[in-house]
Design a binder for this molecule. Structure first.
Ligand SMILES: [Zn+2]
Length: 242
């Protein structure tokens, strides 16, 4: 599904557009002149369909927003099937993904709560490596910059795309359209850090917002970021989505 000149949606589950497996988050393909990148991997069951939707593109990078299984569960299988794929995630989530630590990524809780089938397992992705806040990846005419945004989960990282004056934010589970957020009863969901991350994002001039689930905003997307910031500035919490 073509979204912009440089971005395709190639995976999406039941909390999205039902392109691939129901458990999948939105999976984006970013195309530069020299290289391509994937943003998030889905939960794993949809890898075949995701690669089919990528067509002839061979991604050089898999940039994970965080360690939750609907975003990172497909990383191991993608790394196995795409030669040379560099898998990156914000620390400490890179270590949890590399080790397949189901407790630290809160899969034990989510599985017990019925979000995942009882037999779902998170495959360790040993090649997962850290990406630092501010790191820039040049795909050729398109750059992606990592922005550390803890709050929804430790290590959560957004990625800012810049291409010839066009800017888009891949926001994972940090912020959604309407300024909604994702607050969960999990060990590393932290409200003060979340508020600081949202304040930081609201400083960005962005045209498009590409979150990990739900609707996508193709233009005038900064309003979603400032909405969240303004609600927090009043001492309240934005609406939380699932
Ligand atoms: Zn999440």
């Amino acid at each position: 599904m073509r979204l912009t000149d440089h971005v395709d949606l190639i995976g999406s589950g039941a909390a999205g557009f039902d392109l691939t497996d129901p458990l999948d988050c939105h999976v984006y393909l970013v195309r530069g002149a020299r290289a391509c990148a994937l943003i998030d991997a889905g939960a794993g069951y949809g890898v075949e369909a995701i690669l089919r939707n990528a067509g002839a593109a061979v991604p050089a990078y898999l940039l994970l927003t965080h360690g939750h299984a609907d975003h990172a569960g497909g990383a191991a299988e993608l790394a196995r099937r795409v030669p040379g794929l560099r898998v990156l995630a914000g620390p400490p989530a890179d270590r949890w993904i590399a080790a397949g630590d189901e407790s630290m990524i809160s899969l034990d809780r989510a599985r017990a709560g019925g979000t995942y089938p009882p037999d779902y397992v998170f495959p360790a992705c040993p090649s997962a490596a850290p990406i630092d806040d501010g790191a820039r990846i040049d795909l050729g005419g398109v750059t992606l910059r990592a922005i550390a945004t803890p709050g929804h989960a430790d290590g959560h990282t957004c990625y800012l795309l810049e291409a010839r004056g066009h800017r888009a934010l891949f926001s994972g589970d940090c912020v959604f359209t309407g300024g909604r957020v994702s607050l969960q009863n999990l060990h590393d969901c932290r409200i003060p850090e979340y508020a600081a991350s949202l304040a930081r994002l609201a400083e960005l001039e962005v045209d498009a917002l590409f979150p990990g689930h739900h609707e996508i905003s193709l233009n005038r997307a900064r309003r979603h970021l400032t909405t969240a910031r303004d609600i927090l500035a009043r001492g309240l919490l934005p609406e939380s989505t699932t």
